[in-house]
Design a protein around this ligand. Structure first.
Ligand code: CP
Length: 334
């Protein structure tokens, strides 16, 4: 039996802490194990990437392995993921064969498959990454799906611990204005992992930009189990009061899913208000600024904040490499 890395709530808080400790050993150069020597890992990218693609390729190389990058519809065949479908349209190969064939060559498969932002009820079930997991004989690593970005979230948890030390922190996840609706995977996974780590998490967003209700129940349950608190705030200035961590991200409204022009019109009123700027950071408790990147400067965050000593975004991106080496090592040495 193998385990997948699809979302952090499939793993216990103790296991997640173990991943952080392992990733720190990689960062400090104390672990130079060649866990993947003579082995290959497939990386399947339906969408663009800088950090995820590069850090996975470099991480596999540093573990002694060989990364095989595939882009369905580009460098490999177009893929169907639905069960029982008559494949008489534009899809050439089914995930059922795709992942089992890859499993004969590779010891794990990473997959990036963003939300299409068309059908909320369908996409909230994370159908593509779950189809990969359903059919695969080797571990699947979620490199950002419609609902989750667990590798990012774990690098984020590692960064918080690295910058602020162990223990509960006052963490703000704040929505930010962006010219178009974006997927919710990053805020979902950040809030979930922060809750599992026992942080006090304040989620700030305008009315109508609530995260998935079932996921929020999971987040609240995880927080209660870990001794932390989850608070929702709609006043963007007040949200920053006393924060030790400011995590900015934009996402789309479920109310306008599939109709981006309505979301764009709804959010227009928040431009210039829901931005991380110097005056908001001044309300924090010497808070650090985090973002998963890529980020639009002077839209999500001002130059003054992202270029300040409070900004940890480059270290946060570096930690993707160490964390993913820890995740691959954990999955492949069970
Ligand atoms: N943060 C993140 O996943 O970056 P990329 O989209 O560049 O991989």
């Amino acid at each position: 039996m193998h385990r997948d890395f699809l979302k952090t709530s499939d793993w216990t808080a103790d296991e997640l802490c173990g991943l952080i400790e392992s990733a720190v050993r990689f960062r400090q150069g104390r672990n130079r194990a060649q866990t993947l020597a003579g082995r290959s890992v497939a990386l399947v990218f339906f969408n663009p990437s800088l950090r995820t693609r590069t850090s996975m390729q470099v991480g596999i190389y540093e573990l002694g392995g060989n990364p095989v990058v595939l882009e369905p519809g580009g460098t490999s065949w177009t893929l169907e993921h639905r069960g029982g479908v008559v494949m008489d349209s534009d899809k050439t190969e089914h995930v059922a064969e795709f992942v089992r064939v890859l499993g004969r060559y590779c010891v794990a498969i990473g997959v990036r498959t963003f939300a299409a932002l068309r059908n909320w009820e369908e996409e909230r079930t994370d159908p593509i990454v779950n189809a990969f997991a359903k059919y695969s004989d080797v571990p699947i690593i979620n490199l950002e799906s419609a609902m989750h970005h667990p590798c990012q979230a774990m690098a984020d948890m590692m960064t918080i611990r690295e910058k602020l030390g162990d223990g509960r922190k006052k963490v703000l996840l704040t929505w930010a204005w962006h010219p178009k609706p974006l997927p919710m995977a990053v805020p979902n996974s950040f809030a979930l992992a922060a809750a599992q780590m026992g942080h006090d998490v304040l989620i700030a967003h305008p009315h109508g930009y609530e995260l998935d209700y079932e996921l929020m129940e999971v987040i609240r349950r995880q927080a209660a189990g870990a001794g932390g608190r989850i608070t929702i705030e709609h006043d963007v200035d007040k949200a920053f009061d006393g924060a030790e961590v400011v995590y900015a991200k934009s996402w789309g409204s479920r109310n306008f899913y599939g109709v981006p022009e309505k979301d764009i019109s709804e959010r227009a009123r928040y431009r210039g208000k829901w931005i991380v700027d110097e005056s908001k950071m001044a309300r924090t408790n010497s808070g650090i600024f985090m973002h998963c990147l890529p980020v639009r400067r002077n839209v999500i965050v001002t130059d003054g904040v992202i270029d300040s000593s409070a900004s940890v975004v480059i270290d946060e991106a570096e930690n993707r490499l160490h964390m993913q080496k820890a995740i691959m090592t954990r999955l492949l040495t069970i």
